[in-house]
Design a protein around this ligand. Structure first.
Ligand code: CP
Length: 304
């Protein structure tokens, strides 16, 4: 039995197979419409979500399976003090696979260690968000044709943004990828990413504060929101929340084929005037997320 806790749980070859499968599902959905007949997905979300939870549910329903679960910790027995370890044992009796989001880093890993069914980390605190990374990889591969040879700028809350941490871990395995980290000093990438992931693997990167200065060199700009829910005080959040706002003026500095991605939800960091720019890919990105989650469910349930 296999779980997904981090994008590193899959080799590059396995990721390619997963993306190939997702592409086939996208092209020939009827071939997969009954693959999960009789199977049940549990979505156990202790933190709010729109995309991740609903795309997992849509993915399972489109595969012919059924879904159950809870969308907030308050509506589960966590509110009465039940541990994640106990909850997953219960869920294991009701479902065949579980997607779990939790505010505590490592909680899905604890669940996986006690589970009798595959567990997917659907986001744990400020740590990892592997299925968002699968989504991002598939979006880049589908729209750019490759995951190699690019300069990617990651902008915003690089400290708490778990999608950023997972994406860096995944992309360092591809050829000729360099990173530009754009953040206020308070929201720089964590030391463990800088030291243990980038420096240790000789990955080229630089850290800057001003977005305008680096726009012309980027092939991809990955915007992120400032993660209000991870701040210790509201004052810091208010001071930093509008540090970056991508607008038409900034887009005019970028390459003609630069791609703008965002895991969403967006708050203010991308002005709505950018939505009509043909380089804005963040709404397309969402749809890739559903196909890759369909591929992931099939793979973890060993139905391919
Ligand atoms: N990208 C993402 O994780 O969105 P949700 O929080 O809405 O699931």
């Amino acid at each position: 039995m296999r779980h997904l806790m981090s994008p590193m749980d899959f080799s590059v070859e396995e990721l390619e197979n997963l993306m190939d499968l997702a592409e086939d599902i996208q092209n020939v959905p009827a071939k997969y419409a009954h693959k999960c007949d009789g199977r049940i997905l549990a979505t156990c979300f202790y933190e709010p979500s729109t995309r991740t939870r609903l795309s997992f549910e849509s993915a399972m329903l489109r595969l012919g399976g059924k879904v159950l679960g809870f969308a907030t910790a308050d509506s589960s027995s966590a509110a009465k003090g039940e541990s994640v370890s106990d909850t997953i044992r219960i869920i294991s009796s009701y479902a065949d696979i579980c997607a779990m989001r939790h505010p505590k880093e490592g909680a899905p890993m604890v669940a996986a260690s006690k589970s009798w069914i595959p567990v997917i980390n659907a986001g744990d605190g400020g740590h990892q968000h592997p299925t968002q990374t699968l989504t991002d990889l598939m979006t880049i591969r589908s729209l750019k044709g490759s995951l190699s040879d690019m300069t990617i700028g990651l902008c915003g809350d690089l400290k708490f943004g778990r999608t950023v941490h997972s994406l860096i871990n995944a992309l360092i395995r591809y050829e000729n990828v360099s990173f530009v980290f754009i953040s206020p000093p308070e929201l720089r990438i964590p030391d463990y990413i800088r030291e243990d992931v980038l420096i240790k693997n000789n990955i080229p990167f630089k850290e800057v504060i001003k977005l305008d200065d680096v726009m012309p060199e980027l092939d991809i700009l990955y915007m992120t929101r400032v993660q209000r829910e991870r701040f210790f005080n509201e004052e810091d959040y208010v001071r930093l929340k509008d540090f970056y706002i991508l607008n038409k003026e900034k887009m005019s500095l970028a390459k003609k084929d630069m791609m703008v991605l965002h895991p969403l939800p967006r708050v203010n960091e991308i002005s709505v005037e950018v939505d009509d720019d043909e380089r804005a890919m963040y709404f397309k990105q969402v749809r890739y997320g559903m196909f890759i989650r369909m591929a992931l469910i099939l793979t973890l349930l060993e139905l391919v």
